[in-house]
Every structure is written in structure tokens, then in C-alpha cells.
Ligand binder design. Structure first.
Ligand code: KG4
Ligand code: ZN
Length: 421
């Protein structure tokens, strides 16, 4: 089963073909990042316009790459490989669409104008090519990049993939420019949001801190590059304490309590082996607005100015060493903030696997801290599959088909910019 995945929720126009939810056949990502860099963040109108220009060529290339075509993917010549045929003579033509079993598209969360381009394109293709359409939650799909374990031979040197599938119960950390969530999956399509950021997403915090100290957008990669030269303990930035427990988490705990009592009484095994060292009632929400302000104040103090000093003038007065120390100290605390919560959730729910997804999952300090603090090895997906791409959309689409999830109506599917998990 081969699914075409289409992703346009932010600034990447992306399409990919995935087979059976595990084999990557093609992955085309065209970013409009260069057009936004001058503004220090994604400009929604520019992103949407860029999607309009790129979406068809990107889809055609994804189909062409997947099926080794050379003519932009509209029609291809198929050679007859039977023993009696003349291999050099094309014997028939075929349409790559014949090989596609369905279309999966991001319908939320994301920028309205950007989502519209992907969804309207997918709807049109589903109708004209007569393919089932699957609506995919972008945030959920980031985790599904971890289910890709194989590639076609032509991509084998380009992607480093996990060797095995994650197992359930699976604890997922989604860390991107728009999202910071900790989610527990009992099975595909059966999950509970354990906690999330109360304000900025972690990637957004990287981007904002980079702006304060004058590093280029996107801030994540530039902070992590500068951090290599800095002292991560130079500044003691605060870690916010948020202890609220969401109704979903409370419900899950009650269910687990009931199940474990029931199973204990009948000598069965419980879903989780119980809480070890987690304060009763602890929640998994966190926050990044405090550390962001702390960075601003530290930078103002470093140059001998008070809190009235405008942030956009700070970077020209900070030395390279000061910027590197701020970058390293911020990165350490930001990563610790999410890793602390993930480790607590691991202790409480004892999952069989831990996976991470989203742009910040490419961060090496995050990978280092997780490897240090989790008692189970994590297999990371390729850095190229951490940031937005069509492969994660197609992979989740494959599971929707395989597990009989309802298809979307191509005549009515709407975007959901504020979609949550
Ligand atoms: O998942 P993504 O491509 O888009 C969203 O869905 O938001 O994530 C983009 C975010 C940006 O905030 C970017 O700064 C961050 O991921 N990012 C990183 C790294 N690479 C990208 N953050 C920290 N370290 C990195 N190496
Ligand atoms: Zn994303």
C-alpha cells in the first residue's frame, strides 16, 4: 500500500510517498525559509504564496522520485522486463497515480493560508484521481516519522533510520516551533496528552532567544551551533514549576488505578508498573516564557543597561563569547525543562518505548540528555525527518488505511488551524 503525503502547515512545501507505513520511497521538502529570514520569523502570507507556487512541482517530484520517473511524474514509460522482451524498447506507458492507494494531507494545526493550499490541492487530487483522502493531525504525525525503518534502494544512503518499530505503550515527546507536548500512546489512535507548554513552544523559545542575542532565524540550529562554543553553566536561568494536572491525565490515572487494582486482585499484570518517586498529583505541563525573559534581563545586565534597553539593540553590544554562553546556558535549561518532565512520565507510566519528533528533536543536547537520563535506549529518526516533511504525513496515512480509520470527504474537508491532540 502506497500513500502520498502532503504537508503545508508552515513554511515547508512537502510531499512524500511511503509504502506500508515503514518504507520511504521519496521525500521532497521545499522550504520558503530564506524568504522569511529577513523578518525573523515565518510571515504567513509569504508562506501561503510560496506554497501555491511550489505545491504541484513538489508533488510531481515526489511521485517521480518514488517511481523513478524522469519527466516530472506525469506519465512514465514502463519497460517490459520479461525474458523475451527487448529491454531497450519501451513497451507501454503508465501513470504513477495508478500506484498510489490514497492521499494523506495535514489539515491542522498550522497557519490557515498555508494549510488551505495543501488541503485544497489534496481534495482536488483525491477527486480527480479517484483516491481516498485522509486528514492528518500534523502534531500527531511528527511521532510517526519514527515508524519509518526502510527506504527504497535509491534513498538508502541519504537516511539513517531506526531499525525497529516503537512498541506500545509508547511515550512521545513532540518538540517543534509550534508545539511542545508529552503524549502516552496505548496503541495507534489511542493516546492521552499528559502535558504541554503553557505558553511558548520550545522551538519558539529557541527562535526568540536567538533573536534577542542576534543569531539568525531559525533560532534552533543557530543557538545549538553557538552553544558549542559556550559555557552551559555560566548563567543560572530559571526552570518554571508548573504542577497543574489536566483532566485527561487525571482520568488516565484513575483508569490505571482501577485496572491495576482489578488485575492485582486477579494476579494479572498491570499496564504500568506504578509510580516510582513521582510526587503524587504531579502534572506534566511546563512553561518557557520565564526563561525567555530571564535571557533578556541577563543580556541587558551584561552590557550595563536596565530593563528599558530595547532588545533589538542588544546583539550589537554583546560579545561573541557572551552570546555563546547565553546560547549554551539557555539550551541546557530549555532542554532540561522538557527532559525532567519526560523522565517523570517515564517513571510513572513505564512505557516500552520513547520516541521524539518535531524540529527540536534534531537538537543534539536534547538527544544527549535523553540518552543520559532514560533507562532505555532511544532510536532517533534521521534529522531530515524531524523538521516538517511529507513522509511523516504519509506514514500516519498508511496506519489510518491499515487500521480502518475513516477517510475524509474530499468535497468538504476543512482546515483546522488550532487543532490539538
Ligand atoms: O517541526 P518544525 O519543522 O515546524 C513546526 O511544526 O513548528 O520545527 C521547527 C522548529 C523551529 O522553532 C526551529 O528553531 C527548531 O524547530 N529547530 C531546532 C533545531 N532544528 C530546528 N531547535 C533546536 N535545535 C535544533 N537543532
Ligand atoms: Zn512540525
Amino acid at each position: 500500500m502506497k500513500i502520498l503525503g502532503i504537508e503545508t502547515s508552515c513554511d515547508e512545501t512537502a510531499a512524500a510517498v511511503v509504502e506500508d507505513g515503514k518504507r520511504l520511497l521519496s521525500n521532497v521538502v521545499l522550504s520558503s525559509m530564506d524568504l522569511h529570514a529577513a523578518y525573523g520569523g515565518v510571515v504567513p502570507e509569504i508562506a501561503a504564496r510560496s506554497h501555491i507556487e511550489s505545491i504541484i512541482p513538489v508533488i510531481e517530484k515526489a511521485l517521480a522520485d518514488a517511481f523513478s520517473l524522469e519527466n516530472g511524474g506525469k506519465r512514465l514509460e514502463v519497460r517490459d522486463n520479461s525474458p523475451n522482451s527487448n529491454l531497450s524498447t519501451p513497451s507501454s506507458t503508465s501513470d504513477p497515480w495508478d500506484q498510489i492507494d490514497g492521499i494523506a494531507v495535514t489539515y491542522g494545526a498550522g497557519l490557515g493560508g498555508s494549510l488551505l493550499v495543501g488541503v485544497m490541492t489534496a481534495r482536488t487530487l483525491a477527486i480527480t484521481k479517484n483516491k481516498p483522502l485522509y486528514a492528518v493531525n500534523h502534531v500527531e504525525s511528527h511521532i510517526y516519522a519514527n515508524f519509518l525503518t526502510e527506504t527504497s534502494p535509491s534513498l538508502s544512503t541519504s537516511y539513517q533510520l531506526p531499525t525497529t518499530n516503537p512498541k506500545f505503550p509508547m511515550l512521545g515527546l513532540i518538540v517543534s516551533g509550534g508545539h511542545s507536548q508529552i503524549v502516552l500512546w496505548r496503541d495507534h489512535f489511542d493516546y492521552t496528552l499528559l502535558g504541554q507548554t503553557r505558553d511558548d513552544a520550545i522551538g519558539e523559545a529557541f527562535d526568540k532567544v536567538a533573536k534577542i542575542i542576534g543569531l539568525p532565524y531559525p533560532g534552533g540550529p543557530s543557538i545549538s551551533e553557538y552553544a558549542k562554543k559556550g559555557d552551559p553553566h555560566k548563567f543560572k536561568f530559571p526552570k518554571a514549576k508548573v504542577n497543574s494536572v489536566s483532566p485527561a491525565l487525571e482520568k488516565l490515572r484513575n483508569e490505571m488505578q482501577a485496572t491495576s487494582t482489578l488485575r492485582h486482585n486477579s494476579n494479572g499484570r498491570s499496564f504500568a508498573s506504578g509510580r516510582t518517586g513521582v510526587a503524587q498529583g504531579a502534572g506534566y505541563d511546563y512553561s518557557f516564557s520565564g526563561v525567555k525573559t530571564a535571557v533578556l534581563r541577563a543580556a541587558q545586565e551584561l552590557i550595563g543597561e536596565d530593563h528599558h534597553f530595547p532588545s533589538h539593540k542588544l546583539s550589537e553590544r554583546l560579545s561573541d563569547t557572551q552570546k555563546a554562553d547565553i546560547a549554551a546556558s539557555f539550551q541546557r535549561i530549555a532542554v532540561e525543562t522538557v527532559v525532567d518532565k519526560l523522565v517523570e512520565a517515564f517513571d510513572e507510566f513505564q512505557p516500552k518505548s520513547v520516541v521524539i519528533g518535531g524540529g527540536v528533536a534534531a537538537n543534539t543536547e536534547l538527544r544527549r540528555q535523553l540518552a543520559d537520563r532514560l533507562p532505555l535506549p532511544i532510536e532517533y529518526t534521521d534529522m531530515k525527518l524531524c523538521t516538517d516533511n511529507g513522509a511523516m504525513i504519509a506514514t500516519l496515512g498508511c496506519y489510518k488505511v491499515a487500521l480502518n480509520q475513516p477517510a475524509a470527504d474530499p468535497f468538504t474537508l476543512d482546515i483546522a488551524p488550532n487543532l490539538s491532540m
